[in-house]
Design a protein around this ligand. Structure first.
Ligand code: PMP
Length: 428
């Protein structure tokens, strides 16, 4: 592959944008080399500025569940744009998407739209603190909930990829209110609660982790968290920014049969436009301004273009009875194929998969938490990443990210991907 134009564009970008990127995960810092610059995308493919085509397993880090430039989303945005792009006044479409989201997701009565997953999680924690009148939160090592101060304590995703899971700039005062637990370790959570009686407002987690590679919860982990929260007047926050509308219509509450108190959304809910949201039962949501006194706001929140994209996306997800079955089958097919060819080449690996999230860990044994994920062989991952890129397969440039499977992928694309894995495996 030639990356001539991407290289030139990156050099220019570096002069005026820190690191040449507006979000660190886009840089190839963990794997080396120059990020490729996207020009366009359609369906399962993304095209770069040098006109190389890639089968895309990043999918804008999750939103493109139904493929790039998905026609109903494109049409909805074009139509809306003609009526004006922002009013700072309520619009009918905000209620429409709220009604649909509330009807799809169990256990929520009201939803508030924001502009990103970060805002959703940050606001959810403020709401939990305001509601419970307690300050501390429990988060899990390797989970990422956006770049708000309270979350940059042993965070996953880009924070760990770049070796700064605890960011400078986060005050000690903020850090001391964030307690850190091990994912999938209920005893660890119990001991934190016992050591901080009546001080913990909420436990926030990715009910399926996607920011230390894909790590599903162990059997009963979510149920046990629910019981602990109930026994200690703690709110349970599911950060479903990745999993919401992706693993099931109703997300992980539906998938695992566990109720959360507050649920955060992002990615799929915006159909590729900047949207986040948080939702809960009425008695909790009514603590928000303007009816309650927990303040939260946004000039562009509920923006009509973003709502139009999100509504078209959610309607498509809601109206497709076979979507999640298809996604599961495609992901299982990829899993089986990759596993077969990696094993044939004697490559140490563990593949985690649930629904349309999958990741290959170059690690031995179970990968169930940040520690086991971090044991993966990063040198192998680097060679694998560049090998795949060269074969026209675009996966996230970090071992701490999940792959996102889109419905636009054909079995031919999956076969092409497995063939590429087989070819690269021989060189690892
Ligand atoms: N929560 C989770 C689980 C995420 O994966 C992300 C982003 N990858 C966020 C929150 C933050 O979302 P955003 O990047 O839209 O701020």
């Amino acid at each position: 592959m030639l990356y001539k134009r991407s290289s030139a564009l990156f050099k220019a970008a570096e002069q005026v944008i820190p690191g040449g990127v507006n979000s660190p995960v886009r840089a190839f810092k963990a794997v080396g080399g120059t990020p490729i610059f996207a020009k366009s995308a359609k369906g399962a493919y993304v095209y770069d500025e040098d006109d190389n085509r890639y089968i895309d397993y990043i999918n804008s880090w999750g939103p493109m569940l139904l493929g790039h430039a998905f026609q109903p989303v494109v049409d909805a945005v074009i139509e809306k744009t003609k009526q004006g792009t922002s009013f700072g006044m309520p619009t009918e479409i905000e209620t429409k998407i709220a009604e649909l989201a509330v009807s799809m997701v169990p256990n929520i009565d009201k939803i508030r739209f924001v502009n990103s997953g970060t805002e959703a999680c940050m606001s959810a924690v403020r709401l939990a603190r305001g509601y419970t009148k307690k300050d501390k939160i429990i988060k899990f090592a390797g989970c990422y909930h956006g770049h708000s101060d309270a979350f940059l304590i042993q965070a996953g995703s880009g924070a760990v990829t770049f070796g700064s899971p605890n960011s400078p700039g986060v005050t000690e005062g903020t850090a001391k209110d964030t307690l850190l637990a091990r994912y999938n370790d209920i005893d660890n959570v119990k001991s934190l609660i016992e050591a901080n009686p009546n001080e913990i407002s909420c436990i926030i987690l990715e009910p399926v982790a996607g920011n230390m590679g894909c790590i599903p919860p162990k059997a009963n982990f979510l149920q046990e968290l629910r019981s602990l929260c109930d026994a200690n007047a703690i709110l349970l926050i599911f950060d479903e920014v990745m999993t919401g509308f992706r693993l099931a219509k109703g997300g992980c509450q539906e998938l695992f049969g566990v109720d959360a108190d507050i649920v955060c959304f992002g990615k799929v809910i915006g159909g590729g436009l900047p949207v986040g949201a948080f939702a809960a039962r009425e008695e909790i949501m009514n603590h928000l301004a303007p009816i309650g006194n927990v303040y939260q706001a946004g000039t562009l929140s509920g923006n009509p273009l973003a709502m139009a994209a999100g509504l078209a996306m959610l309607e498509s997800v809601n109206n497709d009875a076979e979507l999640f079955q298809r996604l599961e089958e495609k992901t299982a097919y990829l899993h089986k194929g990759c596993s077969r060819v990696l094993t044939a080449s004697g490559i140490t690996h563990t593949i985690n998969r649930i629904g349309s999230m999958i990741s290959i860990h170059f690690a031995e044994g179970e990968v169930v938490d940040f520690e086991s994920s971090a044991k993966g062989n990063n040198e192998t991952f680097k060679s694998f990443f560049h090998g795949m890129l060269n074969e026209g397969i675009y996966i996230a440039p970090s071992a701490f990210e999940t792959w996102f499977i889109t419905d636009a992928l054909s079995y031919k694309d999956l076969d092409e991907t497995i063939a590429a894995v087989a070819k690269i495996a021989k060189t690892l």
